[in-house]
Design a binder for this molecule. Structure first.
Ligand SMILES: [Zn+2]
Length: 99
């Protein structure tokens, strides 16, 4: 679990690698606001080890987040903000639906 990237549903879907975009992507700021909204309501699950940022030594987290049966990396918000990571359409749509 320390190498938990991206997100997953607890049943089924495997976690996905973080995809880094060269430039801020369309809708990134809006997605960030939506993600913050959901993360403020999500449960923090302490883990052994850390969720790592794929791209730097900053921003790793010692927890995952979960809400409504979906779990994602504590480092995801950092990765979106600092590295223009764009989560999958599926996850972005899910966040949008929770917002
Ligand atoms: Zn980073």
């Amino acid at each position: 679990m320390s190498k938990h990237h991206g997100w997953s549903r607890k049943e089924g879907l495997s976690s996905e690698p973080m995809v880094r975009m060269v430039k801020p992507w369309k809708g990134q700021n809006e997605f960030r606001r939506q993600l913050e909204f959901v993360e403020n309501r999500a449960k923090k699950n302490p883990i052994k080890g850390r969720c790592r940022c794929d791209f730097c030594d900053q921003g790793s987290a010692n927890y995952t987040l979960s809400f409504q049966g979906v779990q994602w990396s504590g480092a995801l918000h950092h990765a979106v903000l600092e590295h223009n990571v764009r989560p999958s359409t599926q996850f972005r749509n899910w966040v949008y639906d929770m917002y």
